[in-house]
Design a protein around this ligand. Structure first.
Ligand code: B12
Length: 328
């Protein structure tokens, strides 16, 4: 039985050759790829984060660890990916504008693929416009956004707004994640769900798809003239805003069997292509928003070097019990 502790050590100390070798041996012995990721590699990256936080590690060490993680992931990723078949859904995924962190996002993308989703990976530093275009192009029904910096979280909100403005919000479910992100923040910006890990992202995506494919409520435009229940007028809670107003009516009446709001998953010809996770060129992003990028980076740099300081006022609060960005 191969000793896996060296995998943890290799990622932690940035030895990419060792990381690759131990991973290859482990896979050959039939160890589940996801075990390697969850029990050795992610904890090692967590420790890298802690060391970075207390300034035992600096950027060069962090880069080496990332390289080691990537070396191992090169062997693991293809094994997490499901082959062929009808996609469970079409996901557009990316790390939001101003943010370069992609390890977690890549894991989520790989597990989503493994879970049968067709994934279009937009990479890092993805502008809201690019998300919108990709949703249209891939005829996506899910958008997954990742952010690792508190300073880039607002780009998630901007993206939700951009999807609304482009008129495609209603046809996608929006999932968000990343170390500083919380369920509370998801609620705040009107996302459909938050997941704290890559496996959670898959469950969430599946749950959202099931929800979307369940007998739908009538589309707002197609709703029959004012079904009498007076309640329908009640604006209800924030979460309800996502649903067509008529979705509230079935409380009083059994839901009629209207045509599905959502298009059948199979229709999408481009889905096949998307499954290969082609990177979408995003020159436009860099061109369009250079200023933003700089803004996003500055405060974060300050944070990283200035030891420990109280979270910014604007930073969304992490609910009790959730791990901090630096993680234990
Ligand atoms: C690796 C790393 C880097 C690498 C990134 C390389 C890469 N290709 O990703 C490099 C060196 C480039 C880097 C740069 C910076 N970093 Co950095 N980095 C990290 C570090 C150590 C690990 C992040 C990581 O990969 N974790 C492992 C993955 C697997 O975890 P994860 O991303 O959280 O993803 C999991 C979940 O969150 C979830 N998830 C993720 N995305 C999504 C999406 C959805 C939809 C769902 C459902 C779930 C989900 O699933 C994932 C798997 O389970 C963290 C510390 C930490 N422990 O988080 C700091 C950290 C994120 N970095 C930090 C900082 C400050 C920076 C810099 C500003 C440093 C600098 N001085 O330049 C720059 C910013 C660059 C930029 N503009 O983005 C801070 C952020 C502080 C803050 N709260 O804002 C952290 C927390 C370090 C610290 N403690 O200070 N960084």
């Amino acid at each position: 039985m191969v000793d896996l502790k060296p995998l943890y050590e290799a990622v932690l100390t940035g030895e990419d050759q060792t990381a690759r070798t131990v991973t290859a041996n482990a896979l050959q012995e039939g160890i589940e790829p996801i075990t390697l990721v969850n029990q050795y590699m992610v904890p090692a990256m967590d420790e890298v984060g802690r060391r970075f936080e207390r300034q035992d590690y600096f950027l060069p060490e962090m880069f080496l660890s990332v390289r080691a993680m990537k070396a191992a992931m090169e062997l693991i990723r293809p094994l997490l990916t499901a082959k062929g078949a009808e996609p469970a859904g079409r996901v557009v995924i990316g790390t939001v504008r101003g943010d370069q962190h992609d390890i977690g996002k890549n894991l989520v993308a790989a597990l989503l693929e493994g879970g049968g989703f067709a994934v279009t990976d937009l990479g890092v530093n993805v502008s809201p416009e690019l998300f919108v275009n990709a949703v249209k192009e891939a005829n996506a029904n899910l958008v997954a956004m990742s952010a690792l910096l508190t300073t880039t979280m607002p780009a998630m909100k901007d993206t939700v707004e951009a999807l609304k403005e482009a008129g495609v919000r209603e046809r996608v479910k929006i999932l968000i994640g990343g170390a500083p992100v919380t369920q509370r923040y998801a609620d705040e910006i009107g996302a459909d769900g938050y997941g704290e890990s890559a496996p959670a992202a898959v469950s969430l995506a599946k749950a959202q798809m099931a929800k979307a494919q369940a007998p739908p409520a009538p589309a707002p435009a197609a709703a029959p003239p004012a079904p009498k229940p007076v309640k329908a007028a009640k604006p209800a809670k924030k979460a309800a805003a996502e649903k067509p107003a008529a979705a509230k009516a079935p409380v009083a009446k059994p839901p009629p069997p209207p045509p599905p709001v959502r298009k059948p998953v199979k229709k999408a010809a481009p889905a096949k292509k998307a499954a290969t996770r082609k990177p979408v060129p995003k020159k436009a992003v860099a061109k369009k928003r250079p200023a933003r990028k700089a803004v996003a980076k500055k405060p974060a740099v300050k944070k990283a070097t200035a030891k420990k300081r109280p979270a910014k006022k604007a930073a969304p609060k992490r609910p009790a019990g959730k791990r901090r960005a630096g993680r234990k």
